[in-house]
Design a binder for this molecule. Structure first.
Ligand SMILES: Nc1ncnc2c1ncn2[C@@H]1O[C@H](COP(=O)(O)OP(=O)(O)OP(=O)(O)O)[C@@H](O)[C@H]1O
Length: 290
């Protein structure tokens, strides 16, 4: 499944934050090579900060991130960008850029100082990325004129066109309808299986994480609260502990992986509903019915 180029990540003693107080303090974590790892956790638990620290878009205070056993801090920008690509939660594009021009920027790390020197298959990489993400028909459109979901697909195309052995994706399903979210996750499985990529993605949808992850990392308050297979991490006890979420965990009828059924304050099994339904009619004429 994984080719020899797939890097695993080894994070040791990672401390990172934005001011005085670190968001992540002394975190140790191993991410397996050639697998899909999902990072889950409540809002503000440090998921994006962790991805940013791995990709070096956020400076770290202490600790190390090693890829293939090598400290990424020693690599220059281009060398790093040939090994890993980060799709952030809210990527920023220059104004007035077309889809094809934006996706072509993925090839920047392979060009030399004069703008040449990319591998012969550069055009293929861009065309293939546009094709698998369904954005080929949008190629000549301006990015700012696209819908949120179309834009999200274009950003994914950019990450794919970079052809890095390690892909870091922060909520790649944002703005996408359910069919498109599943399609994106299926594309990531293809990239793992056929291109041997190591994929790390932040997901809020725990059922998607349970279905698609080989490995799950649950963060809480900047620390690793649980790590392991979906079956190991997604238990009713852990979900309560990490997310404060009451739930039932059952077998997904399609895949057999854990399926999380949340219990809200107003969730009651139908047979326990004893209150009579109220038919809303003008106030003077309300009837209660069984
Ligand atoms: N640029 C920033 N400057 C200052 N504090 C920040 C910055 N970015 C994030 N933080 C803080 O760091 C903490 C972790 O944020 P982070 O974005 O990593 O969480 P997250 O788990 O990805 O959250 P979410 O699920 O809401 O996207 C939060 O308390 C947040 O307020």
């Amino acid at each position: 499944m994984a080719d020899r180029q797939s890097p695993g990540i080894e994070i040791t003693g990672l401390t990172v934050g934005y001011g005085e107080r670190p968001v992540i303090d002394g975190l140790d974590l191993t991410v397996p090579a050639g697998r899909i790892t999902t990072i889950v956790g409540p809002n503000a638990s440090g998921k994006s900060t962790l991805l940013g620290a791995v990709a070096r878009t956020i400076p770290i205070t202490a600790g190390s991130v090693r890829l293939d056993g090598q400290d990424v801090a020693r690599w220059g920008r281009r060398a790093l960008a040939r090994r890993m690509g980060l799709l952030p939660q809210t990527p920023i594009a220059p104004e007035g850029i077309t889809v094809v021009d934006l996706v072509s920027r993925a090839r920047y790390p392979y060009r030399n100082f004069f703008g040449g020197g990319d591998t012969a298959d550069a055009d293929d990489a861009v065309a293939e990325a546009l094709s698998v993400t369904g954005t080929l028909p949008l190629a000549s459109r301006l990015l700012e004129e696209l819908s949120g979901g179309q834009r999200q697909r274009v950003w994914l195309a950019l990450a794919i066109a970079q052809r890095t052995p390690l892909m870091l994706l922060d909520e790649p399903g944002t703005y996408l309808d359910l069919t498109a979210q599943i399609e994106v996750l299926d594309i990531l499985v293809d990239l793992r299986d056929h291109a041997g990529r190591t994929i790390v993605l932040v997901l809020h949808d725990l059922n998607h994480a349970a279905r698609y992850a080989d490995h799950v990392v649950a963060l809480a308050d900047g620390r690793v609260a649980a790590t392991g297979s979906p079956a190991e991490v997604f238990t009713e006890e852990r979900l309560l502990e990490v997310f404060g979420l009451r739930s039932r965990v059952v077998d997904d009828p399609v895949t057999g992986t854990p399926m999380i059924v949340p219990i809200g304050r107003h969730s009651r099994p139908e047979h326990e509903t004893t209150r009579p339904a109220v038919i809303l009619t003008p106030a003077h004429d309300q009837k209660k019915v069984r």
